[in-house]
Each structure stands twice: as structure tokens, then as C-alpha cells.
Design a protein around this ligand. Structure first.
Ligand code: NAP
Length: 503
């Protein structure tokens, strides 16, 4: 039998087998001793007496299970505590609470389900596990009369799960917007502050330890989608899978987008958003979005995270803090551990699934404003014509030119009484003629903007880019309307990127 570990309250002997949790302390088993697990170990060891006072009994870590027992970890565990056998935790009747900080779907799901079924409460930091299997595991916990808590799975050290579970639960929530991935926020902040490309900012994020060697889950938005599935599900009392959330990452963002926003008092963030629409459906998306500088999320910089929640009764609330990192995340894990331990002492368990049924997922967001970067299409290759020199503030920043030229941005005037292209081949011919090389870029851009207006796209402004292509700003439009207009102009232009402008 392994000795209990840690200083203070953690170093007390194990109580008699079969004694109640109050007599022998609360037995804890930990799966994983990596970034978070090591920090959990440290905080438990340092905070023993203080934590024991809060619970009314000491916490005793009896076993820690890892894959590679010989890996250096920067913490020293007493002999016999470290194991590679999951049964060392799952089969120990004196382990009351299991902490799962190993990550991944399997075998984490299997270990957590087994622990719950065997009457152990579970605390997890695993967003993948909760976003895909939260409901089945919470049902298991409720049936077994034990707790399952997951505060650390979203926002690292930021308290957001418990507020959703408790403080915000009495009211009706309308909308939430979050910056829930520190890696992408670090990269976008570097691009904005230093004018870096995505690739250079990603390399810096990796060097600084803010991005994994394989950064795909972060930069492609999947990590944020998992967190949003948890947040939106809890906020709107519905089950939502990450796979149901349209997800766009930041890999297509160039300094052109960043500079365009900066010129208009907008900042570009990877935003996870969810909203209960008037028809009762839930709209949830993860995508890069422009936010005005006075938006509560606009000043969230570097690796920080924040979640803004709007409710009918409560109005607006903002939760801000470190979204990752060993110690901040371990703080959230231990907060859950304290709650689960208090419940064990009291002989109660309060975990219930957060919804009865699946969410009705909205097919598309409400009409929104958009930024569109267009590139030359099949027929109109070379159109808009490459510029000899940048002509707009964006072009000047991006192309490194000396001075913005007059046509500044060739921002288009209202349509006026110019002839319209109409749909079909004639329209295409008209557009090609309008777009013919030799026209000044400003005239080309005006022609393009006009053509889009004819197709129902409310173009507000347009400007050419060096090297061809252009930027359009579009007033509120549905995605369907925008896709239809772009399809009608696909002979001349192709869509490089579309970014909503949120209010
Ligand atoms: N890092 C953060 O800032 C952060 C923030 C919020 C949430 N989280 C979540 O916290 C969890 C842990 O993250 P982390 O960054 O601490 O991960 P990590 O550094 O990669 O550590 C994972 C630990 O789990 C162990 N492990 C992995 N698979 C195992 C298996 N099949 N059996 C036994 N042990 C296994 C590993 O053992 P070996 O060491 O022997 O390989 C390692 O000790 C993840 O769910 C993550 O999403 C992390």
C-alpha cells in the first residue's frame, strides 16, 4: 500500500481501511503528471493544512498514474506512489476522488466512467472529454450518486463553469462571446503589435511555450470549438457537439486583415460565440472576427482569455484571466477537488446533466457585416490589376510603400447611374470589359463593387491590393445572400477570406 504524500495535512498517515472519509482523510488518485498534474501536486503539497481546514479532513494523494514512470518531472514523489497501472487508482477502495489531468478521449473516458461507476467522484480538466462525453458521464455520476466537475476544462484558471452552473443559472442567457484559446490570441496579438506574418508569430508562440509542436488543434479552432460546445451547452441548457459548430481557424489571416482593421478601429480575434436565436435555435461558431476597440473582449491580449456573457436579467458580465498554464489550471482543479471533498464529507453529490435534449442548431448566423478579401477568379485572372504602388493605408502597411496615394483606397461612391451587368454571360462580359487591364484600379474596383451590388451584396467600401485582389466591406447580409453574390461573380473573383465584423 502506498504511503500518502505531500507536506502538512497530506503527510498524515492513511486511516484505517474501511473508515469513513472523515476519519481517514479524503483519498485522491491522479491520472497524469504533466503540466497540470505537476502543478496540482505542488499546490496540494504546499496547501495541505489550509485545504484540510476548508474540507474538515486532510486530502491524501494515494496514487499517481502516468505512462512513462522514468520521465523527469521536477517533483519528487514518495516511493510507491507513481504507477502505470490504472487499477492502482480505480481498484483502490480508499480513493474517494479521481483527478483526471491526462487529456485525450481514450482511455480517459474509460477511466472516468469506471471511476464514477465504482462510486468515486471525478475532477477533470479535459475539454475534449467533457465536450464529447459530458452528458453520458454526468448521467453516470448522477446514477452512482457521485460528483463530476470540470472547471479547468474551459478558460484555465478563470472561474466560468461554476458561474454558469450556479450564479448565472437562475436567469435566461442570451449570448456569449469568448476568447478561449491563448495560443491563437498570442499569435494575433503579435501580428497586430509587431506586424508579423502568421508563420512568424506562430514560431514565436512555439518558442515561448504558448503553442504545441503540432499546433493544429489550436490554430484551426478545434480547441476553441470544444470549449464553446461546453459553454454554449451549459448556457442554453442543450447538448451540443463540437462537430456541430462551424469552425474556422486563423491560418488564413494575413497582415492585410490586421492592418485593414487597425485602420478602422477594429481588432481581429478568434471569437467563440453562441447565441439563442428568437426561434429557439442555438447559433454557435468559432471564427476570426473583427471587434470594435470598445468591445469588452477587444483588449484581451497575448495568452489571456475572457468570456463575455449577456443575459436577460443579469445584463453583461465578463470573466477574464489566464486561460492556460500549469498553476492557474491547477487552481481550478483544486477548487473542484475541494467541492467534491466537502460533498464526500457531507455524503451528498450534486452533479446532474446540464440539459435534457440536444440543441436545435441554427443553420446560419443572423445577418452580419463582413470584410471580404477577394482574389482574381478564373476568367478574370490578373483582376483587379496589380498595382504599381500601394494606394491605400492597408496597401502601404502591407506593401511597405512610402506613401498612401490619393485614390486612397479607391473607396467607392454609391452606384449612381452606371450600367449594371445583370446575370448570365452578358453580365460576365460586361464585368470583363469593365475589368479590362488599362482601366485605372479605382475604376476597376468601382465596377466590381457595382457588380456585387447588382447581385444584392450591400458593398460599403472597396479597395484594391498590391499584387491584385481587393477588399470589400459589406453591410449586414446573410451568409446565403453573400454566397449567392460571390457565386455569380466567380468568373472574375474568388473569395480568399471572409471575416464578420461584430458589434
Ligand atoms: N496545459 C494547460 O495549460 C491546460 C489548461 C487547461 C486544461 N488542460 C487540460 O489538462 C489536461 C492535461 O494537460 P497537460 O498540459 O498537463 O498535459 P501533459 O503535460 O501532456 O501531461 C499529460 C500527463 O498524462 C499522462 N498520460 C497521458 N496519457 C496517459 C495514459 N494513457 N495513461 C496514463 N497516463 C497518461 C502523461 O504521462 P507521461 O508523463 O508519463 O507521458 C502526462 O503525465 C488535458 O486534458 C488538457 O486539455 C491543460
Amino acid at each position: 500500500m502506498a504511503e500518502p504524500v505531500g507536506k502538512g495535512g497530506l503527510s498524515d498517515p492513511v486511516g484505517k481501511p474501511g473508515a469513513s472519509p472523515g476519519d481517514r482523510g479524503i483519498g485522491v488518485g491522479i491520472f497524469g503528471l504533466g503540466t497540470v498534474g505537476t502543478a496540482v501536486w505542488r499546490l496540494l503539497a504546499e496547501g495541505g493544512p489550509h485545504l484540510a481546514r476548508q474540507i474538515g479532513a486532510p486530502l491524501r494523494v494515494r496514487r499517481v498514474v502516468v505512462r512513462h514512470p522514468d520521465r523527469p518531472r521536477g517533483v519528487t514523489l514518495p516511493p510507491g506512489v507513481l504507477s502505470t497501472d490504472p487499477e492502482a487508482i480505480l481498484g483502490d477502495p480508499e480513493i474517494d476522488i479521481v483527478v483526471e489531468v491526462m487529456g485525450g478521449l481514450e482511455p480517459a473516458r474509460e477511466y472516468v466512467a469506471t471511476a464514477l461507476a465504482r462510486g468515486k467522484s471525478v475532477v477533470t480538466a479535459n475539454k475534449e472529454l467533457i465536450s464529447y462525453h459530458g452528458h453520458e458521464l454526468l448521467s453516470l455520476a448522477a446514477a452512482a450518486g457521485v460528483d463530476l466537475f470540470w472547471e479547468a476544462s474551459v478558460g484555465g484558471g478563470i472561474p466560468i463553469i461554476r458561474p454558469l452552473r450556479e450564479h448565472l443559472a437562475p436567469g435566461r442567457l442570451r449570448r456569449l462571446l469568448g476568447i478561449v484559446n491563448g495560443t491563437t490570441n498570442f499569435i494575433l496579438t503579435r501580428m497586430a503589435r509587431e506586424g508579423q506574418t502568421f508563420a512568424a508569430a506562430l514560431a514565436d508562440a512555439q518558442a515561448a511555450g504558448y503553442a504545441e509542436a503540432d499546433p493544429r488543434a489550436d490554430v484551426e479552432g478545434h480547441d476553441a470549438a470544444r470549449k464553446l460546445a461546453i459553454l454554449a451547452g451549459m448556457a442554453f441548457h442543450a447538448q451540443l457537439s463540437p462537430d456541430e459548430i462551424p469552425t474556422v481557424g486563423i491560418t488564413g489571416i494575413t497582415p492585410v486583415e490586421i492592418a485593414w482593421g487597425q485602420g478602422r478601429g477594429l481588432t481581429l480575434k478568434l471569437v467563440a460565440q453562441a447565441e439563442r436565436l428568437p426561434d429557439g435555435t442555438v447559433m454557435a461558431r468559432v471564427e476570426p472576427a473583427f471587434l470594435p476597440l470598445d468591445h469588452p473582449l477587444a483588449r484581451v491580449e497575448g495568452a489571456m482569455n475572457a468570456i463575455w456573457v449577456e443575459g436577460v436579467e443579469i445584463g453583461e458580465t465578463l470573466f477574464y484571466g489566464p486561460g492556460a498554464g500549469g498553476l492557474p489550471t491547477a487552481t481550478a482543479v483544486i477548487a473542484d477537488l475541494l467541492e467534491a471533498a466537502r460533498h464526500r464529507r457531507l455524503g451528498i453529490a450534486l452533479s446532474r446533466p446540464w440539459a435534457e435534449g440536444r440543441a436545435r442548431v441554427a443553420q446560419e448566423p443572423p445577418p452580419r457585416r463582413y470584410y471580404l478579401r477577394l482574389e482574381p477568379g478564373a476568367v478574370g485572372s490578373g483582376w483587379p490589376e496589380p498595382l504599381a504602388a500601394p494606394v491605400s493605408p492597408v496597401a502601404a502597411r502591407v506593401g511597405g510603400a512610402t506613401s498612401p496615394r490619393e485614390a486612397v483606397a479607391a473607396r467607392t461612391e454609391p452606384a449612381g447611374d452606371r450600367p449594371g451587368p445583370g446575370p448570365g454571360p452578358a453580365g460576365a462580359a460586361w464585368a470583363r470589359q469593365e475589368a479590362a487591364p488599362g482601366l485605372a484600379p479605382a475604376a476597376q474596383i468601382r465596377a466590381l463593387a457595382e457588380r456585387f451590388r447588382q447581385h444584392g451584396l450591400p458593398v460599403v467600401s472597396a479597395e484594391p491590393l498590391p499584387g491584385g485582389g481587393c477588399i470589400l466591406e459589406v453591410a449586414e447580409v446573410t451568409q446565403q445572400e453573400m454566397a449567392a453574390a460571390l457565386a455569380k461573380a466567380s468568373d472574375v473573383v474568388g473569395l480568399a477570406i471572409q471575416i464578420p465584423i461584430l458589434g
